[in-house]
Design a binder for this molecule. Structure first.
Ligand code: ZN
Length: 546
């Protein structure tokens, strides 16, 4: 399940006046010591924020149009919408890369050093400086050209996937690949052409660091997957009965309210591909999809997107409308969707509370299905075709496959026309299955078709790894989280995440945010311990290699 965010500067809210009056964290500048320099720095900062707010407003308007395109827009609106999106992203890019912004930043660098390093203003100046230095390398004309093709490509994909028509997508994908290459070239120099694309979404990561992480993880996962595959499959037929849409949505909404998703500051709608979008601190929307013959689909999609939304709703209001108002990276973002979807939503403790409620919602369908059967059904491990339906254990193999193909495409070792075949071959060797068609093969994810090739998929696995690391830190600080969960309460967990992660928004880089929250750099250990702890019980797993 992807989460589409509104670009590097999502969100718009009219809070700049408040933020200017009392910038959180700048209290250290005592009024008596204010010099002429400080005053001019403050007026520069005020002007910078005014300009950033405007960029945000334009980007948010684009995000509203994107949300509308994915939810309620009639088919006939597609070409006009593509043009509108392109115009707004060009406008936002032009305003942001205005030379005046660069001058304001130049004038503020000394001021930033005089502020406490983790103050809102010092972080804002640092983050905007980085974003600006990147953005000015990319022509506005390119941004708008890419946006227009991406929108048309997304529209075509919504028809081509159900029709299993890769040929229709091939020209779009070739163009998206060219855009990805062109974009990387603007941001160069780089060691690997995918480095700038990865850095955009997972600040600080490179092809080399992702490869090292994936290699270590693969070495742990493969024996686990193999051991599980040799044992009988869990029976998940209890999820495949007919579950009317309205009751499914009602139940899911009840759960995410308990998580703390605030419907006064958000809403839930249906889409093809679920996502979360932040329009402002007071408007964080999520979408889901429902299959009446699959109880897990809407439920876990909704919990997943609510996890993204809790993060966005938890960002300190003082950061709203600025580039700091949003989650810090795709990987950290995905850690929150996976944490609420899997570590919470697929745990036994969670269902000890919620299963009786679920049975009340579906008394006929779940008659005679004990909790244990249901628990095993929602945690069934099986090599499968679709990433978004994959279980926690095999999921990362799907990601690694895509990551490998992306690098091949970007390096020019694989041609777009040969992608379906390469996908099938790789799928067979990695997951032991052969996709029967492209619909459930290389057409299944929207990312390449709507966003470009490279940069996005590694975030899902980084998210899985970090979900376990952050959860372990929360539970270590507050072991009562487990007892609360089995009462259907999540206040302590949400408060810990809010305090240690959510409120910071984009103030710190991902590695710093992880260190601050857990005391360590990113590590796969808690994730492997979690998988072994959970799946070691129903399945016999081989011991870990030394
Ligand atoms: Zn997600």
């Amino acid at each position: 399940m992807a989460s589409l965010h509104a670009g590097p500067e999502p969100g718009a809210a009219r809070t700049s006046a408040k933020a200017k009056a009392k910038p959180a964290g700048s209290a250290g500048v005592a009024a008596g010591r204010r010099s002429v320099n400080a005053t001019s720095a403050e007026s520069r900062l005020g002007e910078l924020k005014r300009r950033l707010q405007e960029v945000h407003d334009i980007a948010s308007a684009g995000a509203v149009l994107g949300w509308d395109q994915a939810t309620y827009m009639p088919k006939g609106g597609a070409s006009a919408r593509a043009r509108q999106g392109a115009s707004l992203s060009r406008l936002a890019h032009q305003r942001f890369t205005d030379a005046a912004v660069g001058k304001l930043l130049d004038g503020l660098m000394v001021h930033a050093k005089s502020l406490p390093e983790d103050s809102d203003d010092a972080c804002l100046i640092r983050v905007v400086r980085r974003q600006y230095d990147k953005a000015v390398k990319v022509p506005a004309e390119f941004v708008s050209r890419r946006e227009e093709v991406a929108s048309a490509s997304y529209d075509a994909w919504t028809r081509a996937r159900p029709a299993n028509d890769f040929a229709a997508m091939r020209p779009f994908l070739e163009r998206m690949l060219d855009f990805s290459r062109e974009y990387a070239r603007y941001l160069g120099p780089y060691d690997h052409i995918a480095d700038p694309l990865i850095d955009d979404l997972d600040d600080g990561m490179t092809v080399a660091s992702v490869r090292a992480l994936f290699d270590a993880l693969r070495a742990e996962l493969v024996p686990i997957v193999r051991a599980i595959a040799e044992q009988p499959l869990a029976d998940d037929s209890c999820l495949r009965r007919r579950f009317p849409e309205a009751q499914q949505l009602k139940f899911s909404v009840g759960v995410i309210r308990r998580f703390g998703y605030d419907f006064d500051r958000g809403r839930l709608d249906k889409t093809h591909h679920p996502f979360c979008t932040r329009l402002a601190s007071g408007d964080v929307r999520i979408t889901t999809r429902v299959k009446e013959n699959d109880l897990g689909d809407a439920l876990f999609s909704t919990l997943h997107e609510a996890g993204h939304a809790l993060y966005e709703q938890g960002v300190a209001p003082a950061l709203d409308g600025m580039p700091l108002g949003g989650g810090t990276s795709m990987g950290v973002h995905e850690s929150q969707s996976r944490l609420w979807e899997n570590l919470v939503g697929r745990s036994r403790g969670f269902w000890e509370h919620f299963y009786p409620e679920l049975r009340q919602a579906f008394p006929e369908q779940l008659k005679g299905v004990p909790l244990e059967t249901f628990y095993r059904a929602i945690n069934k491990v099986e090599r499968s075709l679709i990433r978004t339906d994959a279980d926690e254990v095999t999921y990362n193999l799907h990601v690694m496959l895509r990551f490998g193909l992306e690098l091949d495409l970007l390096e020019g070792r694989l041609k777009v026309k040969d992608l379906p075949e390469a996908w099938r071959a790789r799928f067979k060797s990695d997951l032991g299955l052969e996709p029967p068609d492209d619909r459930d093969g290389c057409l299944q994810d929207v990312h390449w078709y709507a966003g470009g090739i490279g940069g996005a998929f590694q975030s899902y696995t980084i998210g899985n790894i970090l979900s376990a690391q952050l959860y372990a830190a929360a539970v270590e600080a507050h072991p009562e989280i487990f007892q609360e969960m089995s009462r259907g309460e999540f206040g302590t967990l949400r408060a810990w995440l809010g305090e240690n992660l959510y409120r910071h928004g984009r103030k710190f880089k991902p590695d710093e945010v992880v260190r601050r929250a857990t005391g360590k750099a990113m590590t796969i250990e808690p994730y492997i311990a979690y998988l072994r702890g959970k799946y070691g019980e129903p399945y016999e797993l081989p011991p870990r290699r030394a």
